[in-house]
Design a binder for this molecule. Structure first.
Ligand SMILES: NC(=O)c1ccc[n+]([C@@H]2O[C@H](COP(=O)([O-])OP(=O)(O)OC[C@H]3O[C@@H](n4cnc5c(N)ncnc54)[C@H](OP(=O)(O)O)[C@@H]3O)[C@@H](O)[C@H]2O)c1
Length: 310
């Protein structure tokens, strides 16, 4: 082989390696802080949500998010996109251990011999053999028996941690789980954002070292919240968007936060919140915006009526 041909081949190989590194760098895990949960495992503080979007949108959003460095995905059987998350994980080529995957057991899968089979179905949809964090979605129906079956799934190595979702609806049901069950929840998932900062519920979890994970962290895209003038002033000072300031506030409050986003610009913005910090004065301003305004309002009675829905 001539020297020129050897050089030529070498250049081709180097270009190939270079382009591979580029692709790999695109998908590199971002430096998201980890929250240590009360069972000792760690959860990335920021994840991407998958509620109220189509299967195709969920898969595309997850792939985009993984490319930007997200590794934590919040999902639920009720969203009907667990399969999309599983496909995205597989297609990304990222090792399973890098992901932190959450789902939520729906009410029709509680107890009566259904819970363990439903967990196996979730595993199949995710194309994995374990779920990092499994929530019980609603504090209704036979949630106690469902929890006992979820504990069995932990013992079988199919689930690493258990969580409660929407148990802010009933203090009595919250205590029925946290005081009486063998396995304590590591997290409570609730609606929480600057307009509903949930200070009362944050007191409930403190004695148990249960993390708060915020759904609707951007008010489900509420235009009023996303154009709030006080937050805009802070955003301008940092050269960031209002959404980024809100997410940064969540992080500095110590919450886990799972914004949903399908727009690639939003996905990129949402993970670009670790290169600045809000000052104490800015945190005080953010806290002053609380007006206990929920965007999703449902009574415990309404929730209870869901238990009988198929
Ligand atoms: N446990 C429960 O009962 C429960 C209930 C509701 C939600 N959740 C979970 O919580 C997650 C978050 O809630 P959510 O998705 O309903 O609401 P959200 O995260 O508060 O808001 C999502 C909306 O904000 C927009 N958005 C995202 N990033 C943005 C940015 N940087 N700038 C401007 N707009 C932005 C999105 O638009 P684009 O799509 O156009 O990007 C979408 O319309 C859910 O996806 C789900 O995983 C749990």
């Amino acid at each position: 082989m001539k020297t020129t041909e050897i050089y030529f081949r070498l250049i081709i190989v180097l270009l190939f390696i270079g382009s591979f590194n580029h692709i790999h760098a695109q998908g590199k895990k971002a430096d998201v802080p980890m929250l240590k949960l009360n069972n000792g495992i760690e959860m990335p503080q920021l994840g991407i949500g998958t509620f109220a979007i189509s299967y195709e949108q969920a898969k595309a959003a997850c792939l985009e998010a993984f490319g930007k460095g997200f590794r934590h995905v919040d999902c639920a059987t009720a969203y009907r996109v667990e399969g999309a998350v599983g496909e995205a994980m597989k297609e990304s080529g990222i090792p399973r251990e890098e992901f932190f995957i959450t789902s939520k057991l729906w009410v029709s899968d509680y107890a009566n011999g259904k819970t363990l089979a439903s967990i196996d179905t979730i595993l199949k949809r995710f194309q994995t053999d374990y779920i990092d964090l499994l929530y019980i979605h609603q504090p209704i129906g036979d949630y106690i028996e469902a929890w006992k079956d979820m504990e069995k799934a932990v013992a079988a190595g199919k689930v690493r941690a258990l969580g409660i979702s929407n148990f802010d609806a009933s203090n009595e049901r919250f205590h029925a789980i946290v005081d009486n069950m063998k396995i304590k929840p590591v997290a409570l998932q609730i609606e929480c954002h600057p307009y509903a900062q949930r200070n009362d519920i944050r007191e409930w979890v403190k004695p148990y070292d249960i993390k708060i994970e915020c759904w609707y962290p951007l008010g489900h895209g509420d235009k009023g919240l996303l154009s709030d003038p006080a937050i805009k002033t802070i955003a301008d000072a940092h050269g960031k968007s209002i959404a980024q300031i809100i997410l940064r506030w969540h992080i500095q409050e110590g919450f886990s936060v799972i914004p949903g986003a399908t727009n690639p610009v939003h996905i990129n913005e949402n993970i670009s919140i670790f290169d600045f910090a809000l000052t104490d004065a800015e945190m005080t301003t953010m806290r002053s915006l609380n007006k206990n305004k929920r965007f999703f309002n449902v009574t415990l009675e309404q929730l209870d009526s869901w238990a009988n829905r198929r």
